[in-house]
Write a protein that binds this ligand. Structure first.
Ligand code: FEO
Ligand code: CA
Ligand code: CA
Ligand code: CA
Length: 631
């Protein structure tokens, strides 16, 4: 079995070690830049210059508003091995990794932690993005199963590694997407076993390749000589949903599953740009399934790193890989309709120094019409930001990039965005669009390489613009407004909604923006979603040491922000060593579903069952004691 770099290393650190950026940057004048940024930051969220740029739309100072829109008292940071919600709210477990979806499945076995066969009939691991689809009074919950926690799912092995083919297949089956009908039972949501909607999509489910890359030579493999049918999806992180009722699962760190049986093989420059190399992340899939061996099947990785469209109401449907939306480490897919009905999808590439993207469909959405293939054809853009709070979407075409075809741009999208000079970002995670105005937010989670190292393509990562701090370990949320409120416009204005930091120990830019204080501080914003009332929910995937630079922040958490005032308040704290990710609502909006991913990823949690139980990724339902709506 291939040897992973480390037991507890993140995907990002694995990539960094396995495939370091090409050269060190001779970075100049960090101090001076940061000092000027500090003035910029401490002038509050409206940021001096940006207030002029944004004019009357700039944030109203907190003190100028009579009353906060938040109806709860802030939850203090904590490091407890449970979920904490404000007084007046309650939570319950809806489902967790390993719960069977059918009555002929097997209840979770904490000794074996399941088999390949049991996992195929059960909820996958590491739930992430999710969406709920109401259908004739029924509730179909769809959620990504990003990856498996090796030390937990293989906790029955001394090595904490897959040791035979069944172990490997258990891992493959723990990935992908779960579709499950949920029902209320005694006031709590739970899975409806044997519902005709229940489905597991895994690393082995056939998927149609659509869009520009379909049939291209780079997509052809020995098993699929036409390049039209890929097998499986994995590392599905954030999600999207379309107005025509489909679910979008976004393939993120797809590279960590490929390895080479010949150690001396030198991966191509294109493979290196995507982090595909000779070592996998410890999954050992190539030992059971040869297509993961890049020395034998070098084009197989080109078939992953896409947005996958799934019809949640038809369990027999073939998911579709939408290559027109580009290939990179997709975080989520935030879809809005332009005024004329064209579909606009905002997309982040979550890697240090990679880019922010926008897709615009060729055709228009038609209410009640056939919209099934709107994501098959359109134009892809990458974002360029200026220090003057302006921005531009740069189209990625053969003419602008010098690449040979749209197919090549769809497969090697990072190279295309580098070619047009897009802005290298601090790891774009979720993008969220305001429900009632043209204003879009992106979480830039952190980037320790900012101002220090280029990205994997050699693009510089200077301090400035929407990435205002060197060695950015806290993250920030950037927002922009397209010109004339038109999502089709290629011009926009931007500012920073919040710059995370620790004002208890820093006095400079690392203290964060004015809407961060010792009571609500957090690090590494990741999940972002607006509720129907226009409040922005912020989920974190950060350092939970509660020490040093992160002292006072406690466990990962969920906060809520008011886009009008900049006010941010902590709503929920997760259990130990978890990340909070994934958010959706019941049809009546009285329950908010929230994902608790990888509790105890380093061995220090027994969430949700307590005692000495095996920690399990969980979806919880949160509701108000008074039965009112949750946003
Ligand atoms: Fe899977 Fe970028 O988070
Ligand atoms: Ca994420
Ligand atoms: Ca993250
Ligand atoms: Ca995660």
């Amino acid at each position: 079995m291939p040897t992973p770099v480390s037991d507890e290393i993140s995907f990002d650190d694995f990539d960094e070690i396995n495939n370091p950026p090409p050269v060190e940057t001779a970075f100049e004048a960090i101090t001076e830049t940061v000092l000027s940024r500090r003035r910029f930051l401490r002038h509050g969220v409206a940021f001096g210059a940006s207030a002029l740029v944004l004019g009357s739309t700039a944030l109203t100072p907190l003190s100028a508003r009579a009353e906060s829109r938040f109806k709860f008292k802030q939850v203090p940071a904590n490091a407890q091995d449970t979920v904490t919600v404000p007084d007046g709210y309650r939570w319950h477990v809806v489902t967790k990794w390993g719960d069977p979806l059918w009555s002929d499945g097997t209840e979770f076995d904490s000794v074996s932690r399941g088999t390949a066969a049991s996992q195929l009939k059960a909820v996958g691991d590491n739930n992430d993005g999710m969406a709920l689809f109401p259908e004739g009074g029924r509730s179909i919950l769809v959620f990504n199963n990003e990856y498996v926690n090796r030390r937990i799912i293989y906790g029955n092995r001394d090595s904490k590694r897959p040791e035979n083919n069944d172990d490997v297949n258990k891992g493959k089956a723990g990935h992908g997407v779960t579709v499950a009908e949920i029902v209320v039972d005694d006031g709590k949501w739970k899975i409806a076993k044997d519902s005709p909607y229940n489905r597991r999509i895994t690393a082995d489910t056939p998927m149609e390749i659509t869009g520009p890359a379909r049939g291209h030579d780079l997509m052809k493999t020995a098993k699929d000589p036409q390049g039209i049918l890929a097998k499986g999806t994995w590392n599905n992180c954030g999600n999207g949903r379309t107005p025509w009722g489909t679910y979008l699962a976004c393939e993120e760190n797809f590279n960590g599953y490929f390895s080479s049986s010949i150690e001396s093989i030198i991966p191509s420059a294109e493979m290196k740009r995507y982090g595909v190399g000779n070592k996998d992340w410890g999954y050992a899939w190539a030992t059971e399934d040869e297509r993961f061996d890049i020395s034998k099947h070098p084009t197989e990785p080109n078939r992953f790193g896409y947005v996958v469209e799934i019809d949640p109401l038809d369990p027999t449907s073939t998911p579709k890989k939408r290559t027109a939306l580009g290939r990179f480490k997709h975080e989520n897919a935030e879809l809005v309709l332009a005024k004329n009905g064209q579909v606009v999808v905002y997309l982040g590439d979550d890697e240090r120094g990679e880019f922010l993207y926008k897709f615009v469909s060729k055709d228009q959405f038609k209410e009640g019409g056939d919209n099934a293939d709107l994501l098959e054809e359109g134009t892809l853009y990458a974002a360029k930001f200026t220090d003057e709070m302006q921005g531009e979407w740069l189209p990625l075409t053969p003419e602008t990039t010098g690449m040979r075809s749209q197919a090549e741009i769809s497969i090697l999208t990072r190279l295309a965005a580098s070619a047009v000079g897009a802005t290298t970002m601090d790891r774009p995670e979720w993008v969220a669009a305001h429900p009632s105005k043209a204003e879009i937010y992106v979480a830039l989670t952190n980037n320790k390489n900012r101002g220090k190292k280029p990205n994997k393509g050699g693009d510089e990562t200077p301090v400035g613009g929407p990435n205002p701090r060197a060695e950015n370990n806290y993250g920030q949320i950037v927002r922009w407004r397209p010109k004339n409120g038109d999502h089709l416009s290629n011009a926009f204005e931007w500012d920073l909604f919040v710059v995370a930091g620790n004002p208890a120990i820093h006095r400079d830019a690392y203290a964060g923006s004015e809407n961060v204080n010792a009571d609500n501080m957090f690090n590494s914003p990741d999940g972002l979603k607006f509720d129907s009332t226009g409040l922005l929910w912020i989920q974190t995937d950060g350092k939970y040491s509660d020490k040093g630079d992160f002292a006072g922040m406690g466990n990962n958490q969920m906060l809520v922000g008011d886009p009008e005032t900049g006010e941010i308040r902590r709503f929920m704290v997760g259990p130990n060593e978890c990340e909070v990710t994934g958010l959706t609502w019941s049809e009546d909006r009285k329950t908010m579903f929230v994902g608790i991913q990888h509790p105890g990823e380093k061995g220090n949690s027994h969430y949700p069952d307590g005692g000495d139980s095996v920690p399990r990724s969980t979806i919880i339902g949160i509701s108000r004691d008074d039965g009112e709506t949750m946003g």
